[in-house]
Design a protein around this ligand. Structure first.
Ligand code: NDP
Ligand SMILES: O=C1O[C@H](COP(=O)(O)O)[C@@H](O)[C@H](O)[C@H]1O
Length: 490
């Protein structure tokens, strides 16, 4: 039986795209499953638009109805939503917000539990946090006050630090929940289970056995209608600094003493501290970028809507990351991400070393080539684990052949798997910050990314340099070939 939490939500950006597509359906699922107390829950949504409560109910109803057991259920859910037209830059509006929150808190008996969710452009995060505190929108009667904020958290270390300091004036670090939706993905969470629940795997999870690790976040779509944001960001800021770094920290961390957020986070931070921050020359050597060109009817990036024709923004990144510690010394972690690639998928390939001596070949048997053992964790679109081994081909002699052990998530498991936003909002309601990015993690990731960004901002790229539908520029293959390696997924 689910434990139902009472809470009053305040959502800034309630008229926006993310709210409609992800947040309302996720909160609805929590409501349906009984994780949110349906008698003691209300949400105040804000935006500048002059919406009535009825209009707001219609929007919420539309966004959840397909997932409802009945129309009444969706309507009942929507009836907990209240709209306030509010310009977040106008301090006076917060007095009205505070008053409304106290009224609804009493009406729903939410006992002062408040979740503030800022689903707006990041330049507003600090202003909202400051005004919430200054105008008494936080409860002070023993309930909790938690702030969930969207990405991106800054555009470099300096701006992220400034933002963090601004938030820190109103909320403590343990009240701030920085969303990285990759941390809400089932297989990303499964990395910890697979590693620390299996001595077989954890025993080999080091530089004695692992040759290299490959993390790929591949997207089939281009920039779509998000050029306004994307062209000022680029793939390094959009995907590498956050999602990729978070996955790397989970792959490389030591075993936490418990699964509590404080213990998991401290190991992730320790791992990120050992990540080598490159010099500018090393960044040039170890990171490559790309921008997609034209392919048939598909416009090149520079001719997408709202992209300047001389844009040097990268839509592709590949790089080698090194961790200078006992466990990972000399093991390259290759990462890549890009838009307009061959397919939409996220996967992690752990490539193991071959036996030092191939006794099959040495004995003059028909060995064929022994392949590297590879453990592949498929994050998206299907949850799957494959362990690629070598085995004997049936018949006379000792011919070897690949042998795969595969686990694919069943339909029942899939149905039981919450969407990332649902899972993460639930965690925030419970006060569990395990799957949110702490400031120390974010800051270290920015310090790493900043060196690469600064180099790329000064060196002129040779764009476009990859074809839509491919797996990126040749330079990404060369990066691995230089080390005698190759991408497992070509
Ligand atoms: N959409 C997505 O798929 C994803 C979004 N994100 C992040 O989520 C956040 C929101 O994104 P998204 O929903 O797409 O953005 P939208 O542009 O769709 O929505 C922005 C929201 O901010 C409100 N707003 C803007 N200015 C003000 C203001 N001065 N006062 C009050 N409200 C204001 C808008 O309301 P109004 O117009 O009524 O004023 C609207 O509700 C961003 O940080 C984005 O990076 C992260 C991952 C994916
Ligand atoms: O954060 C982002 O992620 C999406 C990809 O997320 P996924 O869960 O579909 O893999 C990406 O398209 C977007 O550019 C980026 O902002």
């Amino acid at each position: 039986m689910a434990t139902a939490t009472r809470a009053l939500f305040m959502l800034f950006g309630a008229t926006g795209d993310l709210a409609k597509r992800k947040l309302y359906p996720s909160i609805f699922n929590l409501y349906k499953k009984g994780y949110i107390d349906n008698k003691h829950f209300a949400l105040i949504g804000t935006g500048r638009r002059e919406w009535s409560n009825d209009k707001f109910h219609d929007v919420v109803f539309e966004s959840v109805k397909d997932n409802a057991e009945s129309e009444d259920q969706a309507k009942d859910f929507a009836s907990h939503f209240y709209y306030m037209s509010h310009d977040v830059t106008n301090p006076e509006h917060y007095d009205a917000l505070s008053e409304y929150a106290n009224k609804l808190d009493a009406e729903y008996d939410a006992q002062g539990n408040r979740i503030f969710y800022i689903s707006m452009a990041p330049n507003f995060f600090g202003t909202v946090a400051k005004n919430l505190k200054a105008h008494n929108c936080l409860s002070n009667n023993g309930g909790f006050n938690r702030l969930i904020i969207e990405k991106p958290f800054g555009r470099d270390y300096e701006s992220a630090e400034e933002l963090n300091n601004a938030l820190g004036k109103s909320f403590n670090e343990n009240q701030v929940y920085r969303i990285d939706h990759y941390l809400g993905k089932e297989m990303v969470q499964n990395i910890i289970a697979l590693r620390f629940g299996n001595p077989l795997i954890e025993g080999m999870w080091n530089n004695k056995y692992i040759k290299n690790v490959q993390v790929t976040l591949s997207e089939k779509l281009g920039v779509e209608e998000r050029a306004g944001y994307y062209d000022g960001a680029g793939a390094l800021r959009d995907m590498t600094q956050n999602h990729t770094m978070q996955m790397l920290s989970i792959l490389t961390m030591e075993e936490p003493v418990s699964f509590k957020d404080i213990d998991v986070r401290s190991e992730k931070i320790r791992a990120l501290r050992s990540m080598r921050i490159y010099t500018p020359d090393e960044a040039r050597e170890n990171f490559v970028r790309g921008q997609y060109g034209k392919n048939g009817d598909q416009a090149d990036y520079r001719h997408e809507d709202n992209v300047p024709e001389d844009s040097n923004t990268e839509t592709y990144v590949a790089g080698k990351v090194m961790f200078d510690n006992q466990r990972w010394a000399n093991v390259p972690f290759y990462v890549r991400t890009g838009k307009m690639l061959a397919d939409k998928f996220t996967r992690i390939d752990i490539v193991f070393k071959k036996p030092i001596i191939d006794i099959f070949a040495a004995a003059g048997k028909q060995s064929g080539d022994l392949q590297n053992n590879v453990l592949t964790l498929f994050v998206d679109p299907v949850n799957k684990v494959i362990l690629h081994l070598n085995g004997k081909k049936a018949g006379q002699g000792m011919e070897m052949q690949p042998l795969d052990l595969t686990h694919t998530q069943s339909d029942e498991e899939k149905a039981a798997t919450p969407e990332p936003y649902e899972r993460l909002i639930h965690d925030a309601i419970l006060g569990d910050a395990t799957n949110f990015a702490s400031w120390d993690e974010v800051s270290r990731a920015w310090k790493f990314a900043d060196v690469i960004r600064n180099v790329w901002d000064t060196d002129k790229p040779d764009f476009p340099n990859y074809t839509p539908g491919s797996m990126g520029p040749k330079a990404a293959d060369d990066l691995l070939a230089r080390d005698g390696n190759e991408w497992i997924k070509k």
